[in-house]
Write a protein that binds this ligand. Sequence first.
Ligand SMILES: CC(C)(COP(=O)(O)OP(=O)(O)OC[C@H]1O[C@@H](n2cnc3c(N)ncnc32)[C@H](O)[C@@H]1OP(=O)(O)O)[C@@H](O)C(=O)NCCC(=O)NCCS
Length: 220
Amino acid sequence: MNGCMFEPSRLILRPLQVSDFAQVEWLTREAFWNLYRPGCDEHYLVRLMRDHEDFLPQVSCVAEFDNVVIGSILCTRSAVVGEGHCRMETVTFGPISVHPKFQRLGVGTALIDRTKVLVAEMGIPAIIIHGDPHNYCKHGFKNGKDCGVRSKDGDHPLGLLVLELRKDAFSDNNWRFFESPVYDLDEEAAEAYDRTLEPKEKKWQYSQEIFSILIRAKIE
Ligand SMILES: CC(C)(COP(=O)(O)OP(=O)(O)OC[C@H]1O[C@@H](n2cnc3c(N)ncnc32)[C@H](O)[C@@H]1OP(=O)(O)O)[C@@H](O)C(=O)NCCC(=O)NCCS
């Protein structure tokens, strides 16, 4: 794999197929390794998503270059629940992964753009994620507080991000966001799964400190 050879016109975006999962797990481990903690568990999440009832294969995509999958975006069902128990379906994506050798070449943007189109075609009013605003505000995401969406606990986490696909989708109620339970990972199981894979060196890097600050940050 060599990002120097990258040619955007040869990038293919296509639906994720069951046969892609081994490669998607591998590239997800490569992309997330040591980024948010020593090691990572996002590849274990990919493994669990595959058979989960909330997984949405019809809007999950891979990016292929020279017949190799170098990026992926996996989507799940989610929902917002407002006062009066009214409920609206939303879509959540994550993990989104681009192999480190192909990052900062537009692949992640291409995957997000395609997901926006596919989710809008489903008639879903918004994509809601937990993520780093640095990665997503450039794609039109806003903090939940600015769209009328809180966490399920009633907070406004810094990383609760909403992309409205229908203007003012949430302006008429006080909404709380519920993502799929597939994201509630059992850390010990994730660790045990990782031990079955090719060993990689776990180490500290400062991005882990930034992440630790971001996930505790809330907007008043
Ligand atoms: C986050 C991630 C998915 C983004 O994918 P990507 O392919 O690197 O994204 P893009 O190339 O579209 O955009 C990244 C940056 O490269 C820039 N870029 C895009 N094409 C470029 C090009 N041809 N030349 C130079 N820069 C370019 C973009 O402007 C953007 O810059 P910014 O971060 O300063 O705004 C990827 O970095 C990744 O897998 N990271 C590890 C896993 C992760 O953190 N996932 C997200 C969890 S919240």
